[in-house]
Design a protein around this ligand. Structure first.
Ligand code: DGT
Ligand code: MG
Ligand code: MG
Ligand code: MG
Ligand code: MG
Length: 268
């Protein structure tokens, strides 16, 4: 086909291929979720429906994109790791990032009612995205550990803060004052001695966030078969499927990586 005289405008497009041989991480984060959580009456500090919806959206992203070997989420954020040698969309950063974020955002709206039932969505949520490249396995592990450490620090703080507000009747300003300068041990101690809460017994999804990795699972599918000339019968069959499965475990220690070596080798 002959080129139009307008064709030259293509040359203005910037090249944004991700460096070869690097892990590609896309991280998204809810836009102004402080306000979004307030307006939708999310439970403080953790809302199970909101966390489960985030996990569902991340699963939808993994199912659709392929080539994502692990994802990690906490609060209003999710990180997706594409395998080192992926050639998806020729490793174009803008393609990978926008497709992940758009699928996540549309899933958030699409699946909202499954998690919040009669509570209606008041306005369309937004998510920002960024892409970061990590040249070696240790950098990638450290990145994921950083996000999980962030989850731990924030969750411990938020747990004590909201316990002080909800159970001791402190104002948010008073609770903030009370926690100024406290270390992790002090916060654990406040929870335990004043409220009889053992922080380590709080749900793991709050303390550790959610890791999604591919696992083989048996799924039961229903199938119609013809038995006679005209007769049909529905039977159940078990099929093995690879699915992104949520775990709420520690990924900072070596154990997780030793138990799941296929993540970094990508032999799924
Ligand atoms: P941003 O990301 O700069 O647009 O602003 P935000 O407001 O999204 O701030 P960010 O991402 O640093 O913090 C996440 C906010 O989301 C935080 O203010 C609390 C809220 N949030 C996330 N998960 C929950 C939850 O389960 N319950 C409640 N109540 N709030 C949550
Ligand atoms: Mg932020
Ligand atoms: Mg946010
Ligand atoms: Mg955030
Ligand atoms: Mg097109």
């Amino acid at each position: 086909m002959a080129k139009s005289k307008f064709e030259y405008v293509r040359d203005f497009e910037a090249e944004d291929k991700c460096l070869p041989n690097c892990w590609i991480v896309v991280r998204l984060d809810g836009r102004c979720f402080h306000r979004f959580a307030d307006q939708h009456d999310f439970k403080k500090p953790n809302d199970d429906c909101a966390l489960n919806l985030m996990n569902k959206c991340a699963q939808a992203v993994m199912e659709e994109m392929g080539e994502i070997v692990i994802a990690y989420g906490q609060s209003d954020e999710y990180s997706f790791v594409f395998k080192k040698d992926t050639n998806l969309f020729k490793r174009r950063a803008s393609k990978l990032m926008t497709l992940v974020v758009a699928k996540f955002a549309s899933s958030y709206v699409f699946y909202w009612k499954d998690y919040f039932k009669d509570k209606s969505l008041l306005y369309p949520p937004g998510f920002d995205g960024r892409i970061v490249l990590y040249p070696n396995d240790q950098n990638l592990k450290d990145y994921l550990c950083w996000r999980q450490a962030d989850c731990h620090i924030n969750n411990l703080y938020n747990t004590v803060f909201w316990t002080l507000v909800q159970k001791s009747g402190l104002t948010p300003v008073q609770a903030q004052e009370r926690l100024k300068g406290t270390l992790a041990n002090d916060k654990n101690e406040i929870l335990f001695s004043e409220f009889n809460i053992n922080y380590n017994k709080e749900p793991e999804i709050y303390r550790k966030g959610t890791v999604l990795i591919w696992k083989k699972v048996d799924e039961i599918i229903k199938k119609k078969i013809t038995t006679g000339e005209t007769e049909e019968k529905e039977i159940e069959q078990t099929r093995m499927r690879n699915r992104p499965i949520p775990l709420h475990c520690d990924i900072i220690g070596n154990e997780f990586w030793e138990h799941n070596p296929e993540i970094l080798l990508d032999k799924r």
